[in-house]
Write a protein that binds this ligand. Sequence first.
Ligand code: KQY
Length: 364
Amino acid sequence: MTRLIDSTPRRDGFRMPGESEPHAGTWMLWPERPDNWRDGARPAQQAFVAVASAISQFEPVTVGVNQRQFDHARASLPPQVRVVEISSNDAWVRDTGPTFVVNGRGEIRGVDWRFNAWGGLHGGLYFPWDLDERVAQKVLEIEDADHYAAPLVMEGGAIHVDGEGTLFTTGECLLNPNRNPQLSKADIERLLAEYLAVERFVWLDKGIFQDETNGHIDNICAPVRPGVVALAWTDDRNDPQYEISKDAFERLSAATDARGRRLEVVRIHIPAPVLITAEEAAGVDRTRDTLPRKAGDRLAASYVNYYVCNGGVIVPTFDDPQDRPALNTLAKLYPDRRVVGVPAREILLGGGNIHCITQQQPAK
Ligand code: KQY
């Protein structure tokens, strides 16, 4: 079983590895709620199958599924993907799963953050979130890994680390009063330092325009390797994203990481604005307790929401002229990995993308 450890990872010699370090595998969850995913979630399920299939070329994949969808998920996913029953409110394991930490001596543990569905009753995306709250513990139970309970409302998509002591995040999310109103920025840094074993914080102001997570870092900026980051970008000064990305570029260029390096910032252009069509909006069930989907609303489309796995980089594509340049740039940034594009509009329609629906389990 997973035991609760009354200490912190840093005190015990554990740290969160960078995503590019070797993985034991990847966790995902199965989408099904018809008030977030259109047409009874069937198009989203096909997109998730494409993502799981792509990753499973490189490393083991496990998909957690609610009981009533188990047979359907099992039949839809390829045989090399492990399917286990895990109840959840939705399918964002980046945010509801554990953050794994390792000690370099063959041991792995999980950090279980508090979760409030991206803002609780003040701008959160759905209610209730009681099943999501328990996903991390269930994953760790299956893996027989002990866990820490971090006293911080936090989602995995709100942070990125370089594995060498640097953490990237945004004030829009982690300083938002709908997460930890009782904590100061210094309190939040202290908790992140204890639970992830990091010492340098690079704060961007905002994430991608209209990102419903309150600007998760994993949609705007990703560490490629220590000292190098990818940043979502646009040259269109009329796009509200322009000022956000320009400010992020300036902050990143002025920052030094935990090893004292200046960062190289590689810009990856976002696609043309992706808007919800009338047909797509009509396919989502309306309910009282879920963020509604409205025709014409702009989605937070970005190639930076890619996922790095053993030997591969899985990149969202949008059927846009920027797809090819983004894939080419990432192929140059990751010369030892195969870059695989996966059509991701259906995932984006649910409010996130490939990085948000995956969670790496590092090798011990
Ligand atoms: O992008 C994410 N990390 C989660 C998005 C949640 C969207 C719920 N509609």
